[in-house]
Design a protein around this ligand. Structure first.
Ligand code: 5GP
Ligand code: MN
Length: 318
């Protein structure tokens, strides 16, 4: 395990990034690390460089402090959390030029890079790993408070499906038990960040389900929303959360994919499985990555070509 104190005590400038299109775990782990380091080292410059997260995460302390300017700055220590370093968008140059590069992740496809790594594919979430590191650096919990507890809890519940996915371990639950003892309103947090959808998001989900296609003898289901669909519905990039999971709940299905066309005409692919198919392998073969049960990639081509490549990869994993 890496030690946050020895890593950071001689640094003046510390940067933190997570993956593009940040999800709840990405927000929880980057903001959790930021909160801890900012409080533990109040004289140091600690900042997060991240794409703007969805509005539902605005209540997390630190989100309003995310840095989005371009600046000639060389960080002494740069953390990439919940991601491989080449999936952090425009922040990659700060990671590359940093004096010490640190990678904290729980994706099985992350083979590790940089000077220091803490990668554990058995962890529920990157937020669980950040919790471990904070616990190691602050065993008495001097810097753990309600804000930090709810931030890490957010990340954990998002990636383990509110303790329903197989990546939930006894340790995950022990950490969660400790976190809720700080007294934040966890049922409200779960409702508002995990289950609640806007009216529009529900409409988009409905359209994705209506357009879904079952193939490979009922073992694979996919759905595609094009730019045209999105424009018609008025849907934006933050309106797709949860769609692929709902597809995966189709009886008999072993893998599910949801695809949406991005502004540049490529397709963002989200893959899920119930464990019978390794979607991390399928995604990796297509240039992406992730976990056995949740992975993704971005593909170029017509929807027909993309579906053909995807079906071929999934069929290999079944
Ligand atoms: P989602 O479908 O929710 O976007 O992503 C599912 C999982 O796969 C997440 O853990 C995410 O980080 C990972 N993932 C999604 N897209 C990509 C990708 O293009 N490359 C890599 N390496 N991982 C991805
Ligand atoms: Mn994660």
């Amino acid at each position: 395990m890496i030690n946050l104190i020895s890593l950071c005590q001689n640094a003046e400038k510390i940067g933190i990034s997570g993956h593009v299109r940040p999800d709840g775990d990405c927000v929880g782990s980057t903001m959790g690390l930021w909160q801890f380091l900012s409080k533990r080292f109040p004289k140091k410059r600690v900042e997060v460089r991240l794409e703007r997260p969805a509005d539902v995460f605005d209540f997390i302390p630190g989100v309003s402090e995310i840095v989005d300017n371009e600046e000639d700055v060389v960080y002494d220590v740069y953390f990439v959390v919940d991601s491989v370093p080449d999936r952090i968008g425009g922040a990659e140059k700060y990671y590359k030029s940093a004096k010490t590069k640190v990678n904290i992740d729980h994706h099985i496809t992350n083979k590790g890079s940089g000077d220091v790594c803490y990668i554990d594919a058995a962890a529920s979430s990157a937020s669980e790993l950040v919790y471990d590191l904070i616990k190691e650096a602050d065993p008495e919990g001097e810097f753990m408070d309600e804000a930090l507890a709810k931030t890490l809890y957010l990340g954990i519940i998002q990636d383990c499906g509110v303790f329903g996915y197989s990546n939930t371990s006894p340790k995950t639950l022990r950490i969660a038990a400790n976190l809720i003892s700080y007294g934040f309103d966890f049922p409200k947090l779960i409702d508002e960040t995990f289950y609640e959808k806007t009216f529009l998001q529900n409409k988009v989900l409905g359209e994705a389900l209506r357009k879904s296609v079952l193939c490979l003898s009922g073992q694979f289901v996919y759905s595609i929303l094009t730019r045209e669909d999105m424009n018609r519905l008025g849907a934006g990039d933050h309106d797709f959360e949860g769609i692929v999971n709902q597809l995966r709940y189709t009886k008999g299905v072993k893998a599910a994919a949801f695809l949406h066309e991005t502004v540049d005409g490529s397709y963002k692919v989200s893959l899920r499985s119930g464990g019978m198919a390794d979607v991390a392998k399928a995604a990796a073969a297509l240039g992406g990555g992730g976990h056995v049960r949740a992975a993704g990639c971005t593909l170029e081509g017509t929807p027909e070509e993309i579906v053909e490549r995807l079906v071929a990869q999934i069929s290999e994993q079944l």
